[in-house]
Each structure stands twice: as C-alpha cells, then as structure tokens.
Design a protein. Structure first.
Length: 255
C-alpha cells in the first residue's frame, strides 16, 4: 500500500505521495478552519475521505456506508495505548464488512472527535486506606510490549484509558517494575526481577489490573496462541467481532 491513500472502491486513490501528510491531517482532525471538515460528528466524513488513516477503537458504521460493495477500508484498530494493529476490511455485503489484521505492527494517528484536544481524562488517587493486594505472577511483566496480541485482549478488558510504563530506579539505574494505572484509581506494579516463584505483583484500587492481563493471556492460550495474521474483524450495523481464523471463531467484541 505504500504511501497511497485509499478510498471507497477497489483501487487506490490517485493522491500523490507528497500529499499524504496533508490528507492524513484532514482525515484525522476536526479543524473547523477547513469547511470540508465542519461536520457535527466525527462519523460524517464526505465520500472522498472514506479511506481512514486514523486509529479508532471500533469502526464507525458510517465508514462502511460510504464504501461501495467490494470497496476496502484500511484503518488502525486501537483499543488503548499500544493495543492494536492495522486491519484491511472489504465490504462483502450491504450489512457486512470483514477482513484480516496486518501481519506486522503499524499505527495511524488517533481520530479526534471534537475540535481541539478537549479535557484530559482525570485520574483518581487511591485513598490512603485502600487495601494493598500482593501476589506473584509467572507472566512476563513486559507483556504489553512483548506480546501485542495479549495486550490487545487485556486492554479491551481494562478500557481505553490507562497509563502504562516503568517505575523505580533513577536516571542512572534500570527501572524496577512495570506500572499500570486507570482513571478509577486502580494501580498495579509488577517487579521486573523475579525468582523461582515468579514476579511480585502489588495491586490497589477497585480493579486488579494485572489480573486482567493474566486472564487475557489465558484467553490467548486457549485460542491457540494466535498472532496478528490469524486475527480478523467482522463489522455489522449491530456488532463488531474479533475472530481467530474464521468469522465463526469469535474472540472478543469491540465497542
């Protein structure tokens, strides 16, 4: 696909590579200075913009409606930070589009639903008397980066807003743990160093975040440890389902 821009229909648009950056900006932003983009909703793009170089948590049905039968939508499904990949969908019927995820790992910029950045998500602070739960895990603490499919499944459980990174140490020392935080005040730290029992996990807040990752890993193993090339997406007006190998093998639903 290279630098080409995709539109509804079976072939690539004729937009030259030098225009791609501008085209991406127009499709993925809501600048009111451009009259073409002065729409009341991020779903109401005109026909020239039915190819989507944007990341979205689920495919807006309006995109499918703007795509001719046999037409292709290339977009980036992202259910959260570093959680998703490109998917190439073909409109196979009036009420259905489907396709497989890319074998590699790529990303588009996030779709902005309103002009400007808007308010940032507020993160609550856990109360001082919040219980601290300690456990051990055999799972690699670096799973968000080392196993993108497991993290995709985990992020779909946790929700689209979270902070993810490393903690401990200083500028001269290596980090000591992986850290996860969600807006409801839930927090988890998973020690990078482990022993024969595994890695130490400390969790607080209403949701046990690392437990969600462990459950996602179990789901992935039960599905046969699929990589991106085995994952597909079916989109209809009422549901969006990630599947393994065949549309009948549903794995998770997108919302």
């Amino acid at each position: 696909m290279g630098n080409g821009c995709w539109r509804s229909g079976p072939g690539p648009a004729t937009t030259p590579p030098c225009c791609v950056t501008v085209w991406v900006t127009r499709v993925c932003s809501r600048s009111t200075s451009n009259p073409i983009l002065s729409q009341p909703s991020a779903l109401d793009w005109p026909d020239w913009a039915t190819a989507r170089r944007c990341s979205v948590p689920a495919v807006p049905w309006a995109w499918v409606e703007q795509t001719r039968p046999g037409g292709v939508i290339l977009t980036d499904i992202k259910v959260g930070l570093v959680a998703g990949n490109l998917v190439r969908l073909t409109r196979v019927a009036a009420d259905r589009t489907e396709g497989m995820f890319d074998a590699g790992q790529a990303a588009f910029m996030e779709l902005r639903h309103n002009p400007g950045a808007g308010p940032r998500t507020a993160y609550a602070h856990a109360a001082d008397d919040t219980p601290i739960l300690e456990s051990v895990t055999a799972l690699d603490p670096r799973t968000p980066w080392s196993n993108p499919v497991v993290w995709f499944l985990a992020a779909s459980r946790v929700g689209g807003h979270y902070r993810l990174g490393y903690t401990g140490g200083d500028s001269r020392d290596a980090p000591e743990a992986v850290s996860m935080t969600t807006p409801d005040g839930s927090h988890a730290e998973i020690a990078l160093a482990g022993d024969d029992d595994g890695h130490r996990v400390v969790e607080t807040g209403p949701v046990r975040l690392w437990q969600q990752v462990e459950q996602a890993h179990h789901q992935w193993e039960s599905a046969g440890r699929p990589g991106w090339p085995r994952l597909g997406l079916v989109v209809t007006p009422t549901a969006q389902t990630i599947y393994v190998d065949e549309p009948g093998n549903g794995l998770i639903s997108l919302h």
